[in-house]
Design a protein. Structure first.
Length: 389
């Protein structure tokens, strides 16, 4: 009877760290906006493009630090599929179908608005993912007004979203491949696989090989952050055979060690480095340009429509039950929160475009769509009654 309590404790710890990390992310993004529109703006933008060795500071953040974010994402995905909330088809059906709807509809809305403009179709995936830290941070402001089942639903949808985003980054935003570096990446993964199959449970060899894999993937032409997810797949989920019964598995140890660094340092630093956009000279014609409008509409309209529509269809066709103890009004509020696409949307936007003007337009669209989704979702959940249908 202890397993459910342990699982519940892990979930509470996860939600607590994500909530406080999400609030810190909001503050970091707000600070970036203030700095980018202050006398410090020149220093802010210049500092991000200072070279530290082979990469700029911004690239070290986006390609290096974010690889640890993706490593944590990979660990969460593996844990949930192995024995968590995605371990069986009945558990996977609702969040996976809802996440699929929540990725497809925003992409279609974006393409309908911006796809016909030359060069903008590459941004179709920008509104496709939910920012779990930001969304749970908004939920934290609501206290007990949100049922636990909906918090869990949001977490699992966001995890499936992340899986889709990782696949999109690997397949859609890889332009050219370095065959030798790709072979080196495969060789390193073979060694990681051998360590796992050989029962090695010390984390140090896995982490050393993960660093080498990051370098090989960086040189291969595939985005370096994918190395984080790939490395996570080989981290053992069971303790060694000779360990005590209560010994924590290597995957859990690494996940718990990474969680505070990612939530309280890496993601806020990413937010501060990527959310800054100067509004000097920006008028209504810029705000209503196809790119920011497509991104904002994809997040605000596409996400809620896709997630809620897919969820309703699942329940109507009896593929999965409605989240327990939740009204449809509350479910709608959480579907709105799925439109907060901050971290992954900004990340994909940086891969889709290199023109600074287009990247600024992506930021405007992401901020606009995410703020609308967060505000509307917060208000709906704040006003929802627990006894309705």
């Amino acid at each position: 009877m202890t397993a459910p309590a342990v699982r519940s404790s892990v979930l509470r710890d996860f939600l607590r760290s994500e909530a406080s990390g999400g609030i810190l992310l909001m503050l970091a993004a707000a600070l970036a906006m203030l700095v980018a529109n202050s006398p410090l703006a020149d220093g802010y933008f210049h500092g991000l493009h200072i070279h530290l060795g082979p990469l700029t500071l911004l690239h070290w953040i986006n390609d290096g630090l974010m690889a640890l974010f993706f490593l944590l994402v990979g660990l969460e995905i593996k844990r949930e599929f192995a024995g968590g909330q995605l371990s069986s088809w009945s558990d996977r059906a609702l969040p996976m179908i809802a996440a699929a709807g929540g990725m497809a509809v925003p992409a279609l809305i974006y393409l309908a608005i911006a796809g016909s403009t030359p060069g903008l179709a590459r941004g179709w995936a920008i509104p496709s993912a939910t920012d779990i830290a930001f969304a749970i941070g908004v939920m934290a402001l609501l206290g007990r007004r949100v049922p636990t089942s909906l918090k869990l639903f949001l977490v699992t949808v966001a995890i499936v979203d992340d899986m889709g985003a990782v696949a999109i980054i690997a397949l859609a935003y890889t332009d050219g491949l370095n065959g030798l570096a790709l072979l080196a990446s495969l060789a390193i993964m073979a060694v990681l696989f051998a360590l796992n199959r050989g029962g090695v449970t010390r984390l140090q060899p896995y982490l050393a090989l993960a660093a080498l894999l990051w370098l090989a993937v960086l040189l291969s032409g595939i985005h370096a952050t994918i190395a984080g997810v790939l490395s996570a797949m080989f981290i053992p989920l069971r303790a060694s055979s000779g360990a005590p019964e209560d010994a924590e598995p290597p995957l859990h140890r690494l996940e718990h060690a990474l969680q505070p660094w990612v939530a309280y340092a890496i993601v806020p630093v990413f937010g501060f480095a990527n959310a800054g956009v100067s509004f000097a000279g920006i008028g209504m014609e810029h705000l209503l340009a196809p790119l920011p409008l497509g991104v904002a509409a994809g997040l605000f309209i596409g996400k809620q429509t896709g997630v809620l529509g897919a969820l309703w269809l699942c329940v109507r066709l009896r593929l999965a039950p409605k989240p327990a103890n939740a009204t449809w009004t509350q479910i709608y509020g959480v579907c709105l929160l799925c439109g907060i696409g901050f971290t992954m949307s900004l990340f994909i936007g940086g891969l889709a475009f290199t023109d600074p003007l287009l990247i600024d337009e992506v930021k405007i669209g992401v901020l606009g769509g995410s703020i609308l989704s967060a505000t509307a979702g917060f208000l709906i959940l704040r006003m929802s009654a627990s006894g309705g249908r």
